[in-house]
Write a protein that binds this ligand. Structure first.
Ligand code: AOS
Ligand code: ZN
Ligand code: ZN
Length: 424
């Protein structure tokens, strides 16, 4: 299903008057509104191919119908999102859930929707039918060389798919770890992981990056072999300049100061980018910004300040991806909300008066420093984001347009009520 520009414009027409008023009110308070709008217009967030269907837990999965049945339909879904918000212009594929059998035609289809391919993801956390060796006791850290070899070869195969599609990063998350004390020799497991990664690293093309994701627990509950940013950074430093640390917001122990982690990784030139989501208890993979939007703002505040300090391009020098799972919401609506929450946090961070903040810090004026941050955080930036979307040809209110056009009903008609997308 494809939306036309005409459908978007006629929907926007009814909202334009109110929007113009709201935009003028906020824009007046922004010192360089053109700069902010340009940044917002450029910013794109990649959609994960594994999050276009209804997510589940080990207790069950309640499909909502009309889920994409293949990679082509997943690309169409991301195309729909991008048509609505003009900020979802990339897709991140997971192999083997989304093998591009015919790469040129998949690439052409994505281009028709204005999409590029973001990082490709490997999967050595599940056994696939017909697979020779099991990952039950890990993959890149496995005690058996044959298992490690199989996992290395899989990652190299994923790089090959990525090259065919024009991607430039391999994103790697390992479920490797241990469930019980005594099960693993930590040093040996880490060393074996490093050696396996060295082989994968050697297969990376020149301009490629290797994103190393860390996670404090799950599916192993005693130890994970890449448990935190320190362990990921150690690996990245040993591997070389193309290896970087990926931050998934749901992968920290409770109350971790993620913004501080981000600031230091960025300072070291070792931040790969993000898997955005939100959580309350663990790796909940909830809608971005639904639980702790202030933390998201604080992270973006460090990002904007840190990227500017290194003269980085906000839109293209880091990987911006969502990693979420939607148990009870329509996945497409959830993804629209997620992108909006990311844009809100980014826009608020762009409004921070950095000079005044630095002056307050210098004079240890803690009260003013807090006020400066919260002034930006409490600004309703939604009209700025809507304006950037309008300038890009998107819908003023993407979720409302999606609903008024009854997109999900149409997808159910086209694809059926019982389709189940590959993914989480
Ligand atoms: C797992 O918890 C991680 O967040 C990974 O990024 C994983 O690859 C992704 O959730 C898709 O399975
Ligand atoms: Zn992730
Ligand atoms: Zn996760």
């Amino acid at each position: 299903m494809k939306l036309s520009q005409h459908q978007i414009s006629s929907f926007n027409d009814d909202l334009l008057k109110d929007h113009a008023k709201a935009f003028a009110y906020t824009a007046e308070k922004v010192s360089d509104i053109q700069y902010v709008l340009q940044r917002l217009q450029e910013f794109q967030v990649a959609i994960p191919s594994w999050a276009l269907g209804t997510g589940g837990t080990r207790f069950g999965r309640f499909s909502g119908g009309g889920e994409p049945r293949n990679l082509e339909e997943k690309i169409e879904d991301v195309g729909l999102l991008h048509t609505l918000n003009r900020a979802s212009g990339a897709i991140s594929l997971h192999i083997p859930w989304d093998i591009p059998e015919n790469a040129p035609s998949i690439k052409a289809l994505a281009a028709q929707h204005g999409l590029r391919f973001d990082a490709v993801n490997s999967n050595t956390f599940q056994d696939q039918p017909g697979q020779k060796h099991s990952y039950k006791f890990g993959s890149l850290h496995h005690t058996d060389k044959a298992v490690r070899k199989q996992a290395i070869e899989h990652n190299i195969e994923v790089i090959k798919y990525g090259i065919e599609l024009g991607s430039d990063a391999l994103s790697l998350w390992l479920s490797d770890g241990s469930n019980f004390p005594g099960q693993l020799n930590f040093r040996h497991a880490f060393q074996r992981t490093l050696e396996s990664l060295q082989e994968i690293y050697a297969a990376l093309p020149d301009q490629w990056k290797l994103y190393i994701e860390y996670k404090c627990s799950e599916p192993n509950f005693y130890s994970t072999t890449i448990a935190d940013w320190g362990q990921s950074l150690m690996l990245a430093n040993k591997l070389g300049s193309k290896a970087l640390t990926l931050v998934d917001l749901g992968h920290h122990l409770p109350n971790a100061n993620i913004e501080q982690i981000v600031a230091l990784l960025l300072m070291e030139g070792k931040l790969a980018g993000f898997h955005f989501n939100d959580s309350k208890y663990g790796d909940d993979d909830l809608t971005v910004g639904s639980i702790n939007p202030y933390q998201l703002f604080l992270i973006f505040n460090e990002l904007v300040e840190g990227m500017d300090a290194r003269s980085m391009n906000h839109a293209s020098d880091l990987g911006w991806m969502i990693d979420a799972s939607h148990n009870v919401k329509d996945p497409l609506e959830d993804l629209l909300q997620s992108v909006e929450a990311i844009m809100i946090a980014y826009a608020q961070a762009l409004l921070v008066d950095t000079k005044a903040l630095e002056a307050a810090r210098q004079s240890n004026d803690v009260v003013t420093a807090q006020d400066i941050l919260q002034e930006a955080y409490r600004t309703d930036v939604r009209p700025l984001i809507a304006q950037a979307r309008l300038l890009n040809g998107g819908a003023l209110q993407p979720v409302q347009l999606y609903r008024s056009l009854k997109v999900r009903d149409q997808l159910v008609k086209e694809r059926g009520a019982k389709t189940v997308a590959t993914g989480l």
